[in-house]
Design a protein around this ligand. Structure first.
Ligand SMILES: [Zn+2]
Length: 390
């Protein structure tokens, strides 16, 4: 049953969360607070601390109300990045002060504000429906998004699977909007990988080139080819795959010695036209063209994913249009998020606050934005369950 004494105000919830100093990997009381609020509204909560070698132990929270499908999950984090020099902040970073309609504090937009808006929306949805609806609402809240991201979402998902909690759909509440609430839904992300090319030659005296084999011009030709040959032309939802050579190292202090090897490193942001294997093949083909002896090492940091627009994206889009009057762009730009782990389990999209002040001194959010986002999440819940009852 919903506890009517709970104040369903996204701003008050955001303030309470900001006052918990949960600088990653510390819990700071933020998950305790959420657990109390959610249990008061009828959610069942599980605390899921995980640890691993060479990473700090991290506390996480999964909360669910309802036991059947359709199951919509909100994924987020309560850990925050450090404040830096606190004296540079106009308002103390963990005070949650409101100044002329703007709430200040570390995590205000990334992403305690987003978490608070979902909590407020869910509590209001339950209250308005007397907790009678057919389906499940859950929250997957990690304390390890801003850290190594090893002991959070990545390990929670196998636990959800083992315990029958895999959602049907997931919204990651990271701040996606660039100017105003409603302008951007992220429906995918490009993948990212790093590579190192090492070309081996034969070291020798620069006056006797016939006895040496210089790897520098060979590597230069390879770098030119992989930098100028396009990998693809982009797709309907993605910009073209990009390859950036980020260093070219010979490390040779002697001007009269042909070096024995030369090395270049590169970063690739790839779309759904590629996999790490096809990118490696692209690079190797050009290496083989210009060098006789080389190695290529690839390290994948995040896979590419796309949630094809369909009923779930439509429900979200229509809720946004209804509340904000803005038609959201469906984009796939930007860096990685925990959605990269969730996409292997269920369709996932990202929608939250405006991202202008994330990780900055004086991180802040207009109270009006919190109200609009909470209302939008509330509308998403209403439409999500109405649609699935059809
Ligand atoms: Zn974040």
């Amino acid at each position: 049953m919903t506890d009517n004494t709970i104040k369903i105000d996204p701003t008050a919830i955001t303030q309470a969360l900001i006052r918990c100093p949960s600088v990653t990997p510390l819990e700071g009381g933020a998950l305790d607070y959420l657990q109390t609020v959610l249990e008061g509204a009828g959610f069942t909560c599980w605390r899921l601390p995980f640890s691993d070698v060479e990473t700090p132990e991290v506390d996480n929270l999964f909360a669910r109300i309802g036991t059947v499908s359709p199951h919509i999950c909100f994924a987020g984090h309560t850990d925050v990045v450090p404040t830096g020099d606190e004296s540079l902040w106009t308002h103390p970073p963990f005070s949650g002060e409101i100044d002329r309609g703007i709430l200040h504090g570390r995590g205000a937009v990334d992403m305690k504000g987003g978490v608070a808006c979902w909590v407020a929306a869910a509590l209001e949805f339950l209250r308005d429906n007397n907790s009678k609806f057919s389906g499940s609402v859950s929250l997957l809240i990690t304390g390890d998004e801003e850290g190594p991201s090893v002991n959070g979402t990545k390990k929670m998902l196998p636990w959800l699977k083992a315990n029958g909690h895999v959602p049907d759909h997931c919204i990651v509440g990271e701040p996606t909007n660039s100017e105003q609430i409603g302008d951007v839904i992220k429906i995918g992300r490009r993948g990212s990988l790093n590579g190192v090319i090492t070309v081996s030659g034969v070291q020798g005296h620069s006056a006797y080139l016939d006895k040496a084999r210089n790897p520098v011009p060979e590597l230069a030709r390879i770098v030119d080819a992989i930098s100028s040959d396009p990998l693809d032309e982009g797709t309907e939802h993605f910009q073209p795959t990009t390859l950036a050579v980020t260093s070219f190292d010979v490390g040779n202090p002697a001007v009269n010695v042909v070096p024995g090897s030369a090395r270049a490193q590169f970063n690739v942001r790839f779309n759904t036209s590629h996999t790490p294997a096809t990118i490696e093949a692209f690079v190797r083909e050009r290496c083989a063209r210009f060098a006789s002896e080389f190695t290529v090492d690839i390290l994948v940091s995040g896979d590419c994913f796309l949630t094809e627009p369909g009923p779930f994206v439509e429900v979200t889009s229509n809720a946004i249009i209804e509340v904000t009057g803005v038609t959201p762009a469906l984009t796939t730009g930007g860096g990685t998020s925990d959605a990269r782990f969730i996409k292997d389990y269920c369709p996932v999209i990202e929608f939250g606050l405006v991202n202008k002040t994330i990780h900055a001194v004086d991180e802040r959010v207009p109270v009006a934005d919190l109200n609009v986002l909470a209302k939008t999440y509330r509308e998403i819940l209403q439409r999500y369950f109405a649609q699935n009852q059809l």
